[in-house]
Ligand binder design. Sequence first.
Ligand SMILES: [Zn+2]
Length: 108
Amino acid sequence: MEALFSDVFVKSLKRHSSIKKAIQKKADMIIENPIALGEPLKGNFRGYYSTPVKKNFLIIYLYCKVCRAKGDDKIVLCHDCPKCKDETVKFVDMGPHDEAYKKKSYWS
Ligand SMILES: [Zn+2]
């Protein structure tokens, strides 16, 4: 599995350094099994997955195999999707639930 991390994700990781270990552990688990761990998002975030790190704190990510199978790459505008292998997980963002969902889109 290939894992990519957005600038936003990396910045957030620094900002939330107190739970960095928990985030990294969860990221490793997502890389192992992105579908089993993720909850598919709807609406503006169709094609994205979220997984809680702890109560009310989410990691948002994409799994290219799935975004392509569904044709969601056109909807979610998965950054560089055609250039990535199927087995690619893209860590997009993280944060408290409300904050993570407030945004209208990612990668733009
Ligand atoms: Zn993709």
